[in-house]
Design a protein around this ligand. Structure first.
Ligand SMILES: Cc1ncc(COP(=O)(O)O)c(C=O)c1O
Length: 324
């Protein structure tokens, strides 16, 4: 019978879809649609991977609580794995987290602690420091996706091999947004081991550190860091989950461009991704425009726009200056 043992049995092997209407001529552009995963995002892959790694290392024992600072998707990936493995979950989240994600986490039995977004990450009120405090107070396990090598390794073991197999080894470029860097790092390492010529292009928002760091080898000054409206990608430091040695180039995308791309992709392809998918899709099309006609450019849509309907609507877009 074709019956999965549990919901995580449906993890991975997400489809690759050609974007021939969004990018009609030249190199083939295709997107890996990660909202086919059980919790509807790419982060389902690392939720179970980080839990299994901690169980193997003896850091997580039956009945323990897991606490994680998360903008939502990792929380849901962890929530599904925690339910199936019998753990409690607390998520600390920045206040810009859309209310749909909070409701989603709470529906899965997780506790959500909202923290201010406009404070330094070393500030005790920040969502990372709050998670550390809860870990210490409650003896909880903190997977910490930004430091956990099981994060990029999950993509080295699953996402990368899937892309290689699904393209018959013909992929020439991989273009993806960088949040923790787990997705791009793991995929890049796998693809480059298979073919060192595969070009890896990272995407982050204007005001984040990755592009500046890739170009200059140092972090930008505090004044160059800015808040942005794209969800899930960008950072103010270089985390250990990012493996810069496998990344060839990074590009920035501004908020307006990313949100415009969300709608252009939805209206040309019928694929409604979130703003990080919009940023990646736009950057990937630029790469495909410069690539040879025989090239195959793969991008990745981390989650669905449906998760952000409190933002992806005319009122919010106008309020933020993202629509005329
Ligand atoms: C919506 C969204 N897009 C993209 C990413 C980036 O993925 P990664 O953390 O693997 O770099 C994340 C990660 O938090 C995310 O939540």
């Amino acid at each position: 019978m074709e019956i999965h043992d549990d919901f995580l049995g449906t993890l991975g092997n997400t489809p690759l879809v050609a974007l021939r209407r969004y990018h009609p001529t030249g190199a083939l552009l295709a997107a890996k649609i990660e909202f086919f995963n059980p919790g509807s995002s790419v982060k389902d892959r690392i939720g179970i991977a980080m839990i299994e790694a901690a169980e193997r290392e003896g850091k997580l024992r039956p009945g323990m609580t897991i606490v994680e600072p998360t903008s939502g998707n990792t929380g849901l990936g962890l929530a599904i794995a925690a339910i199936l493995r019998g753990y409690k979950l607390i998520c600390t989240a920045p206040s810009k987290i859309p209310k749909e994600k909070v409701a989603m986490l709470e529906a899965h039995g997780a506790k959500v602690v909202i923290c201010p977004v406009d404070v330094d990450r070393d500030d005790p009120r920040s969502y990372t420091k709050t998670a550390e405090r809860i870990r210490d107070e409650e003896g909880a396990f903190l997977p910490y996706q930004y430091f956990n090598q099981a994060n990029p390794l999950a993509h080295y073991e699953t996402t990368g091999p899937e892309i290689w197999r699904q393209t018959d080894g013909r992929v020439t470029h991989f273009v993806a947004g960088i949040g923790t860097g787990g997705t791009i790092s793991g995929v890049a390492r796998y693809l480059k081991e298979k073919n060192p010529e595969v070009r890896i292009v990272g995407v982050d928002p204007v005001g984040s550190v990755y592009t500046y760091y890739t170009q200059h080898g140092v972090l930008p000054s505090a004044e160059q860091l800015k808040l942005y409206l794209i969800d899930g990608i960008g950072q103010s430091y270089i985390p250990e989950s990012y493996w810069p040695e496998f990344i060839d180039e990074c590009v920035t995308v501004d908020d307006r461009t990313a949100y415009d791309a969300v709608y252009e992709i939805a209206r040309t392809e019928g694929i409604f991704t979130g703003s990080s998918g919009g940023a990646a899709g736009f950057a990937a099309r630029e790469v495909a425009r410069r690539a040879d006609p025989d090239d195959i450019v793969i991008t990745l849509f981390p989650d669905s726009g449906e998760r952000y309907l409190s933002k992806l609507n005319p009122d919010w877009l106008k309020e933020k200056g993202l629509a005329d």
